[in-house]
Design a protein around this ligand. Structure first.
Ligand code: GLV
Ligand code: MN
Ligand code: MN
Length: 412
């Protein structure tokens, strides 16, 4: 039975972890940043060294092909991959695992000479973490990028996508050209750490993903009136921050009480203006995120949060504005890919648990154009999007071997 090389995979994971490494562990490798660009160049070298054909598309997606050097509907490919950008102060496996295990799987197939009727490719999708636009590269590849929105897409620090991509040598306005020909992907499977505690707590080595949550982000901006923080009587203040704070707490309760039990919400960015101690804040701005695997529930919660924000604003005599940032659709995984993962795990004597993904992934874009699925391995302590994110090396080896066997099955 052909198996992957854990020492080679581990070496690559540890090398990639050095690009954007933080002194206390973990990594900051934001999309299009200098460490990210250095990592991209390194990855292209590794793809070549593995005997695969590298190429880069207009959205900055990197590919390594085995038996292919472009997408072609006449020869549909089986694709694997993930992303090498990270959240700020993130871990070394979120994304990196799927890219490097995919590369290792294709490297193994290439060396073994095992036959595969379909060509294979590993992808590193651009800006999965949504610094400038959520799941950017895979969205472009799947033909879902809205060209008209590109000029206004910006990071939460205000930097525009067009400027970040120009610095990295890309023309953002051309990124829709990354759309793959219809029918050129026969199947997609992505290996990822679970990023939550369910597999570890159940003692199950492999998760077969059945569905991926939809993620909605929008700015909710409360606009009151700046005033002297000492002389303005408390009852006359129209404080934009306090309206935002009340909304955040109430939205949290709303999502917990009226959601599906799987619904979650987060306020990850808060801006107060003018941000000084002796002025009542005129504005409170919140980046509001909601996630849920059922599209109807997600829609309903989004509507109810808008009503709630308006009610809070009215009572506090401030205005409220909503600025949608991104919305990904919940996506079911293909039964055919789930079955291939289950069979691959069974061949290796590994138990699987069927589960939904509470994190967003490029696979949810691919699910709109092909049969897509995901393999999860346990995350230590369920930790992710933090510097101490990790999985056991044995778990990584198991996941990569399940990926290898799944790819071989899908390619034949
Ligand atoms: C991607 O990591 C996400 O935010 O779910
Ligand atoms: Mn990820
Ligand atoms: Mn992530």
């Amino acid at each position: 039975m052909t198996t992957i090389s854990l020492p080679r995979l581990r070496e690559r994971i540890e090398t990639l972890a050095r690009f954007g490494a933080l002194p206390g562990g973990g990594v900051t490798r934001s999309a299009w940043s200098p460490p990210h660009e250095e990592a991209r160049a390194w990855l292209i070298g590794e793809i070549r060294a593995a005997g695969l054909d590298p190429w880069v598309d207009a959205a900055g997606n990197i590919f390594g092909g085995l038996g292919m050097s472009a997408f072609d509907a006449a020869r549909p490919a089986v694709v694997t991959g993930s992303h090498i950008d990270t959240v700020p102060e993130g871990g070394i496996l979120d994304g990196a695992l799927g890219v490097l295990a995919g590369l290792e799987a294709l490297h193994t197939i290439q060396e073994s000479g095992d036959p595969h009727t379909r060509p294979l490719a590993v992808a590193a999708w651009s800006d999965e973490e949504g610094r400038y636009g959520s799941l950017f590269g895979s969205r472009a590849f799947c033909g879902k990028l809205e060209a008209a929105r590109l000029p206004e897409m910006a990071a939460s620090d205000g930097e525009r996508l067009v400027d970040a991509m120009t610095r990295a040598g890309f023309d953002a306005m051309r990124s829709p050209e990354a759309a793959a020909p219809e029918g050129s992907v026969a199947a997609y499977v992505e290996l990822h750490i679970e990023q939550g505690p369910r597999l570890e707590e159940a003692g199950i080595p492999i998760g077969t993903v059945e569905a991926i949550v939809g993620v909605r982000r929008s700015w909710v901006v409360f606009i009151g009136q700046a005033d002297h923080a000492g002389t303005t009587p408390m009852e006359r203040r129209r404080d934009g921050f306090l309206a935002a704070a009340e909304f955040a707490l109430k939205a949290r309760d709303l999502v917990v009480k009226r959601g599906s039990g799987r619904s979650v919400t987060n306020f990850g960015v808060v801006h107060v203006h003018p941000a000084v101690g002796n002025i009542v804040p005129a504005r409170g701005e919140l980046l509001h995120e909601m996630r849920e695997p059922d599209p109807a529930v997600l829609d309903r919660l989004a509507r109810e949060c808008v009503t709630l924000a308006k009610r809070v604003a009215r009572r506090r005599q401030v205005q409220v504005e909503f600025r949608p940032v991104s919305a990904t659709m919940p996506a079911p995984c293909a039964p055919r890919v789930q079955a291939a993962i289950d069979a691959a795990a069974a061949d290796l004597g590994l138990a699987t648990q069927h589960m939904y993904s509470a994190a967003g992934h490029d696979a949810q874009n691919l699910a709109a154009v092909t049969d897509a699925g995901m393999i999860f391995i346990p995350s230590k302590g369920g930790r992710s999007h933090r510097v101490d994110e990790m999985s056991d090396w044995e778990a990584i080896e198991r996941g990569a071997n399940v990926l290898l066997r799944t790819l071989i099955a899908l390619a034949n």
